[in-house]
Design a protein around this ligand. Structure first.
Ligand SMILES: O=C(O)[C@H]1O[C@H](OP(=O)(O)OP(=O)(O)OC[C@H]2O[C@@H](n3ccc(=O)[nH]c3=O)[C@H](O)[C@@H]2O)[C@H](O)[C@@H](O)[C@H]1O
Length: 440
């Protein structure tokens, strides 16, 4: 502001008060004393008025700035303040001996909601964070948040790309674990919006790891990778040591990048890392962008569904994995994760780096999935069968879960029939038969 005052109103010099035009100077000097005094007074009051004007201008500029600052803080940050901190602290409290305090990212997402609930139910402390983006209907995410709130889980509205909010959370709570689900999901959407994958799955991940590495104590880090990292690998079943350097989609490439990025944080900073490769997880409160979900909606609305088929008319298959089984795998990973070894951002010793498949080991074809849905919905689907477009899909997935079974105690027990029955029951209770608005 000082600069502005100086720039707009420089101090007046004598020769500016008395312009150099010879004739005028003569005229001024020829005026009587009383007239000169009058002139002088008039010019002083003009200066005074200008000064007043600039003071007023400065004052209004300053108050406008204050308004903008306060306003932007008020409107952009839905976090912070004593009450907010209290909610975070309460939610992070565990209620069992040897319990953990877990920061769950993507807590209003499908798997994030289920894992948060399971942790809370057994007495662990959980703080959720979610940015509630509109990749799919945010009202479903809000409904999941309401469900979590009802069970004492506080979900902070924020983005993992926001270093300030992460620093604040780690400042308030000494999290023992971070369970990281926040990501841009979906295989085919990567062709529509490639940058969202880099933003969430690479930049967001690095931002979160930076916060974890600087935290004291450092939390153990467990996160969601994907079966898609196996890409064009055709050795079945997929085993953790199989090659993962041939991704078929940008989604897969960013998940693979995540595995490499987490490795560097393990190596340099001593973060304890566990990556979980999920295999097409489905179930109640699921993701509307996934085939089983929007097939259900279309079948009920009498709209056609498109079923992809592979080369030589081969049916596509997935190792569909039911949510409750995946939740048990996530809890097993958290329970067996050893502590990180770093402090003050420095590694003090080697820390574990682990990767596990969380699949079902019973691949089913997409037409089988549709037949089961038809049975439980009691409606015949209108099917268009087309050749699989080159959009990042892979023809099949099949998990070898020996390692997870041995080290995490992971034991999936839900077949596709049973899982879809539970999904359909939830779907109808939530949306009704027409999928207008949720019925609740
Ligand atoms: O395991 C994973 O890591 C990924 O699993 C999930 O990907 P996918 O296995 O591709 O699931 P999903 O889209 O439900 O398609 C299922 C089947 O239906 C076929 N499919 C799909 C759409 C369609 O219109 N027609 C069709 O036949 C399609 O060709 C496929 O064969 C997650 O979305 C992803 O975020 C990631 O977590």
């Amino acid at each position: 502001m000082q600069k502005l005052m100086r720039g707009t109103m420089p101090p007046l010099e004598d020769d500016e008060l008395f312009p150099s035009t010879p004739g005028k100077v003569k005229l001024e000097r020829a005026l009587p004393i009383s007239r000169q005094l009058q002139r002088c007074f008039a010019s002083t009051s003009t200066t005074f008025l200008w000064a007043l004007f600039f003071i007023a201008l400065t004052a209004s500029y300053l108050s406008f700035q204050t308004f903008v600052d306060t306003g932007s803080r008020y409107f952009s940050a839905s976090w912070g303040g004593i009450q907010w901190e209290k909610q975070v602290r309460n939610s992070a409290q565990f209620h069992r001996s040897g319990g953990m305090s877990v920061l769950v990212t993507g807590a209003a997402g499908f798997v994030g909601t289920h894992v948060s609930l399971a942790l809370r139910k057994r007495g662990d402390g959980v703080v959720g964070i979610d940015n509630f983006n509109n990749y799919y209907d945010p009202s479903l995410k809000k409904a999941r948040k309401t469900l979590l709130n009802g069970h004492g889980v506080f979900v902070v509205e924020g983005d993992v790309n926001d270093a300030r909010i992460l620093a604040k959370l780690f400042d308030i709570v000494a999290f023992s674990h971070v369970m990281h689900f926040a990501a841009q999901a979906g295989v085919r959407y990567a062709m529509e919006n490639p940058h969202s994958y880099v933003h969430s799955n690479v930049a967001g991940l690095v931002n979160l790891l930076e916060a974890c590495k600087s935290a004291n104590p450092q939390p153990a880090f467990v996160w969601a990778s994907s079966s898609s990292v196996y890409g064009l690998n055709d050795k079945v079943p997929f085993t953790e040591s199989d090659r993962t350097d041939q991704p078929a989609s940008l989604y897969a490439a960013t998940k693979k990048a995540g595995e490499e990025i987490t490795h560097t944080y393990n190596h340099i900073y001593g973060l304890s890392i566990t990556g979980l490769r999920f295999f097409t997880v489905y179930g109640p409160w699921g993701r509307p962008d996934m085939a089983y979900f929007f097939f259900t909606r279309n079948i009920l609305q009498g709209k056609p569904i498109t079923i992809y088929r592979g080369k030589n008319r081969v049916e596509l298959a997935r190792d569909f994995t039911y949510i409750d089984d995946v939740v048990k795998g996530c809890l097993g990973a958290l329970d067996t994760a050893e502590k990180s070894t770093g402090s003050g951002g420095k590694k003090r010793g080697p820390a574990p780096y682990r990767i596990y498949n969380l699949g079902n080991t019973q691949p089913e074809t997409v037409p089988t999935l549709v037949r089961i849905l038809e049975k439980y919905l009691k409606v015949k689907a209108k099917k268009n069968v087309v050749d699989m477009p080159g959009n990042g899909d892979v023809p099949f997935t099949h998990a070898n879960i020996t390692l997870a079974r041995r080290e995490l105690g992971y034991k999936p027990t839900t077949d596709l029939q049973t899982g879809l029955k539970k999904f359909v029951r939830w779907y109808l209770s939530y949306y009704g038969y027409n999928h207008g608005n949720p019925v609740n």
